[in-house]
Design a protein around this ligand. Structure first.
Ligand SMILES: C[S@@+](CC[C@H](N)C(=O)[O-])C[C@H]1O[C@@H](n2cnc3c(N)ncnc32)[C@H](O)[C@@H]1O
Length: 376
């Protein structure tokens, strides 16, 4: 491992240990927040290369332009119904999705007035700014980075791809029908797991899921999801919230056989299940439990209007329209390979889901011609 990576790892470990010395045991969610987002040190904040073929994982937006083009067709069904429409993207990664969507919307003559990005990583914000600065001026000038969720009311599309899975999770176990919260402490310089009671607030969020779990069951949930949803959508006066991620509805997510949860770490395209190794150098994520996402949307006054697989969403958003069999063979082959990766069930097609909710708007989006409500 290079010296600079070693340095990041040991500085972050030191910071976590210092936090535990100062505050006592920390929750797994606090640990995950630090290892992913601690300024200058966390996985998303330290300037390490993560996205794409040479990084640690590839998101749908990084595979090529098809994913963004399908979204542009979806956004084009929404934006003309709105006044001064905005696309508001959370966690824009490398900025590629934003750039590709704007190019596609420009070709459809359906550009939003503005495109806002809310990004927690200062380092990724710079990467995004470089990507956007390479766009034609008429597109680049529409993009603005927010430091916090918007304060003033707006009409538009709130969008997030693979952001929910990057939100810190609480880990729990169920012992004799009682929930315990995973906390981390430091024993002789080693991070050590211990179990404590949840606060009444977090316990009630877990109890609201009405789970029936076997003894010793371990899993996770995103704490305060409704509050987060409220913070990003409260100023949306009219429009759609669209979120894409890998995950399942509650019955599958908390299936009795999935008794070790869904946490997974990624480094250089290798998955592992040890979040305590290589802190700051590997991504840690949890699958998304979409029933709670839907409930959180409803709690904050949104009306859930679509839940489907990525495959159905992209196919019904016309993914085949972006592939030209009469063009040159090499680029045709590349596009078909990209499409297969996005829609084949054993690739990203079924693992990834798309959820949509609307506010003061009633339109039937083509992408949700086929819904999978029974799995929510
Ligand atoms: C797995 S990446 C996905 C990036 C991009 N959407 C894509 O599809 O390639 C997760 C992104 O979400 C950002 N992020 C995580 N938590 C966030 C939050 N609470 N608000 C905004 N962005 C967040 C990360 O910094 C990163 O840019």
């Amino acid at each position: 491992m290079s010296n600079s990576l070693e340095k990041i790892k040991s500085s972050l470990q030191h910071k976590i240990t210092a936090q535990i010395k100062q505050k006592g045991a920390i929750s797994f969610a606090e640990f995950m927040r630090m290892v992913l987002y601690e300024p200058g040190l966390g996985y998303y904040s330290a300037g390490l290369f993560k996205f794409g073929v040479e990084g640690d994982f590839v998101t749908s937006s990084e595979l090529g332009t098809l994913f963004a083009q399908c979204h542009a067709r979806c956004f084009a069904e929404i934006l003309p119904n709105l006044t001064k429409p905005v696309v508001f993207e959370l966690g824009a990664g490398s900025g590629r999705f934003c750039a590709d969507v704007l190019v596609a919307l420009a070709a459809m003559e359906c550009l939003p007035d503005e495109y806002w990005i809310l990004e927690v990583s200062a380092d990724l914000k710079l990467t995004q700014q470089n990507a956007i600065n390479a766009l034609p001026e008429d597109l680049a000038k529409r993009v603005r980075w927010l430091d916090a969720p918007p304060h003033d009311s707006f009409e538009g599309v709130v969008y997030a791809n693979e952001v929910l899975d990057a939100l810190p999770v609480e880990v729990f176990q169920c012992i004799e029908n009682k929930y315990q919260r995973l906390m981390l402490t430091d024993v002789g310089g080693e991070l050590t797991e211990e179990w404590q009671d949840f606060s009444p607030e977090l316990l009630s969020q877990l109890e609201q899921k009405k789970l029936s779990l076997p003894n010793g069951y371990r899993s996770e949930f995103i704490p305060n999801l409704a509050a987060w949803m409220e913070s990003i959508t409260e100023c949306l006066s009219k429009g759609i919230v669209l979120m894409v991620d890998y995950g399942y509805g509650r019955p599958v997510y908390y299936h009795p056989q999935r008794n070790k949860g869904t946490l997974v770490c990624h480094r250089r395209h290798q998955a592992n299940f040890n979040p305590y190794q290589d802190v700051g150098l590997q991504d840690i994520t949890a699958f998304v439990e979409f029933t709670t996402v839907a409930e959180s949307m409803e709690v904050v006054g949104l009306e859930v209007c679509g839940f489907t697989t990525q495959a159905d969403f992209l196919i019904n958003s016309g993914i085949d329209q972006s592939i030209d069999p009469s063009g040159d063979y090499q680029s045709y082959f590349k596009k078909v390979t990209e499409m297969k990766k996005l829609v084949m069930p054993e690739e990203m097609g079924e693992k990834f889901k798309v959820i949509a909710a609307q506010k003061n708007l009633s339109i039937e989006l083509s992408g949700f011609k086929v819904n999978h409500w029974q799995t929510l």
